[in-house]
Ligand binder design. Structure first.
Ligand SMILES: Nc1ncnc2c1ncn2[C@@H]1O[C@H](COP(=O)(O)OP(=O)(O)O)[C@@H](O)[C@H]1O
Ligand SMILES: [Mg+2]
Length: 394
């Protein structure tokens, strides 16, 4: 049973992966441009879009936003992750669902197009096709049967492992062929930049080099304020100005952290009309701890050993780090260090604020890297205690 309280309102903040925010901050220009595509089929350079950014930067939420806007304008949407079996899932299940959602007359037209051998009267999901299903011909057929209705294809979690890339580029190639017939298709891929770059490097993926690239970093201070304030309002409370400023400082504009900090502040005293500075201060420690275990640790684990070593060489400095210090701390050549610097810059983990220097761009990453460099408590105390109790000989 739901609680009867009239005063308690559930938190309107949405901390977590793949949980789109109630108030979406930033990216207005891109959203306007994409809306033009959905509304007027005015593609410009937006026929294919690559959305990059670190974990928690808002890529999946952006895909949800695009899906909502596209569907509002009558587009058909296909959305999936770039995981194993993508092609089979889309051709075997998503497309049949789309076909089922079409009007009777569209389905009849589709049936008359022999390309898609669907037995409309049969349960489409387990139809048997006389020709091998192909994404390309399915898309073209749907497009023809629907007077060239827009089709938005959203693929999340692009990853550059070999098997995945091979399957994904096969998938992308089918889409590009369908596009070349004039079908109104827009495709968006989301992932970490190095992985998207690798996808582009695959054979036959030249069409992706003409993609619109959007790199998600932090929200501006103004947008961070707006998200915190308006989300609180949507939940039916107000955010005290000093609490707002404090939450802006804690979150550093990093979307996942904006939601986490807002959520902890909300929960500190949920029946009060206002989120106060005290609530925001309580949120500080909790949000930092949570972001470390849910995001920063994963981000750091995603990195190669060498990338991690580069970050460890940056960690002793409180602010920016001189490249020459990294060269001497890593005991590697200048050239070698430059290669890793560029990779980390491209990926968004570090930024180059002035010539010859780098700085952490993800809030709290430095603290986390430092914590990994401290001796592990088990090694300093726990283990030595057990030395007096060795396992008995068999
Ligand atoms: N534009 C945004 N404005 C406010 N919060 C956002 C925005 N984008 C994402 N978030 C929040 O950030 C968190 C991570 O979002 P998600 O889309 O899963 O990121 P990613 O896919 O890049 O890892 C979620 O809690 C989400 O609600
Ligand atoms: Mg995501």
């Amino acid at each position: 049973m739901r609680p009867e309280s009239t005063e308690h309102t559930n938190s309107p903040f949405r901390p977590g992966y793949s949980r789109p925010p109630l108030i979406f901050g930033g990216h207005q220009d891109e959203i306007e441009e994409f809306t033009e595509v959905f509304q007027h089929y005015d593609f410009g350079e937006n026929q294919s879009v690559l959305i990059s950014g670190l974990r928690g930067a808002g890529k999946t939420s952006m895909l949800s936003r695009l899906q909502d806007i596209a569907e509002t304008h009558g587009w058909l949407t296909i959305r999936d992750d770039a995981s194993k079996g993508l092609m089979d899932r889309v051709v075997g299940s998503t497309i049949p669902t789309i076909v089922n959602s079409l009007s009777d007359s569209e389905q009849t037209r589709l049936k008359s197009l022999s390309i898609l051998n669907v037995g409309i009267e049969l349960e489409i999901a387990d139809r048997s096709r006389t020709v091998a299903p192909s994404l390309r011909s399915d898309l073209v057929a749907i497009s023809q049967a629907t007077d060239n209705r827009g089709i938005l294809i959203l693929i999340d979690e692009v990853h550059s492992s070999k098997v995945r890339l091979r399957e994904l580029s096969r998938f992308a190639l089918e889409i590009s062929h369908a596009m070349s017939t004039g079908a109104n298709i827009m495709v968006a891929f989301a992932g970490v930049k190095v992985d998207l770059d690798q996808l582009m490097e695959q054979p036959h993926m030249t069409f992706l080099r003409r993609s619109r690239e959007v790199d998600f970093r932090r929200l501006s201070i103004g947008e961070t304020r707006r998200v915190l304030r308006e989300t609180t309002q949507v939940g039916g409370r107000t955010l005290a100005p000093d609490a707002e400023t404090h939450l802006v400082k804690i979150s550093q504009g990093y979307p996942y952290l904006v939601q986490l900090a807002g959520d902890y502040a909300w929960r500190n005293n949920p029946t009060s009309d206002t989120i106060s500075l005290v609530d925001a201060k309580v949120a500080q420690g909790k949000a930092k701890k949570a972001i470390e275990s849910r995001v920063i640790k994963k981000v750091y684990d995603d990195l190669s050993e060498m990338d991690q070593e580069f970050l460890r060489a940056m960690a002793p400095d409180d602010g920016r780090t001189k490249i020459s210090s990294i060269v001497s701390r890593m005991e590697k050549s200048d050239q070698y260090v430059q290669v890793y610097k560029q990779r980390l810059l491209d990926s968004g983990y570090v930024e180059s604020t002035s010539h010859g220097y780098v700085e952490f761009s993800l809030p709290y990453l430095r603290d986390y890297v430092r914590s990994t460099m401290e001796p592990h408590p088990a090694e300093s105390s726990g283990l030595s205690e057990w030395r007096a109790f060795p396992p008995p000989a068999p």
